[in-house]
Design a protein around this ligand. Structure first.
Ligand SMILES: [Cu+2]
Length: 176
């Protein structure tokens, strides 16, 4: 994960005011390479919410941009990481976690992925509804399977069951 410079972070923190503590725990880096979009979507009546695609294989250095395309709902993209809402670690060891904060309709959030491995993430208000996603950068890391086995039982059932299997993502590259 590419980290922002101290100067950039300081400017961001000055601009964001009250979000300072959240931003320090979960910085919001951005980069400038190839951009791949993931849509944050819903049925409008709250019955169904999802990331599209739910599972994605990318290459190191590529940028993911999450865009909220649901007119009447807010969503987040938030890494499974102890620094983000005290969740279990389900991204590569040493990789930078992220938390978009609430994205209003039409808003987006981007980060660059520089560390190979499996990244599981969720939407803060809709984790219990199973709104989760999985990104694999290059190939699964050595810790990924053990991370899932250690933390599956701590997740809401709908979230645990919402992940696209790693093998399926490696084969299909993109799974809705
Ligand atoms: Cu959501």
């Amino acid at each position: 994960m590419k980290t922002v410079t101290d100067e950039g972070r300081r400017r961001f923190l000055q601009a964001s005011g009250g979000l300072l503590l959240v931003a320090m725990a979960c910085p919001r880096p951005a980069g400038a390479n190839e951009v791949i979009d993931i849509t944050l979507a819903g049925s409008g009546n709250g019955a169904h919410v999802w990331f599209s695609p739910r599972g994605l294989l990318i290459k190191r250095g590529q940028i993911i941009r999450w865009i909220n395309r649901e007119a009447g709902n807010v969503h987040t993209s938030t890494a499974y990481h102890p620094d983000c809402h005290d969740k279990p670690l389900r991204i590569p060891r040493g990789a930078q976690p992220w938390d978009s904060g609430y994205l209003l309709p039409g808003e987006s959030f981007s980060i660059t992925f520089d560390t190979p491995g499996v990244y599981d993430y969720f939407c803060v208000p809709h984790e219990h509804a199973g709104m989760v996603g999985r990104i694999i950068v290059d190939a699964p890391d050595a810790d990924a399977l053990a991370q899932r086995q250690a933390s599956d039982a701590k997740l809401p059932p709908a979230a645990r069951d919402g992940f696209v299997p790693v093998e399926q993502i490696m084969k299909a590259r993109e799974v809705d």
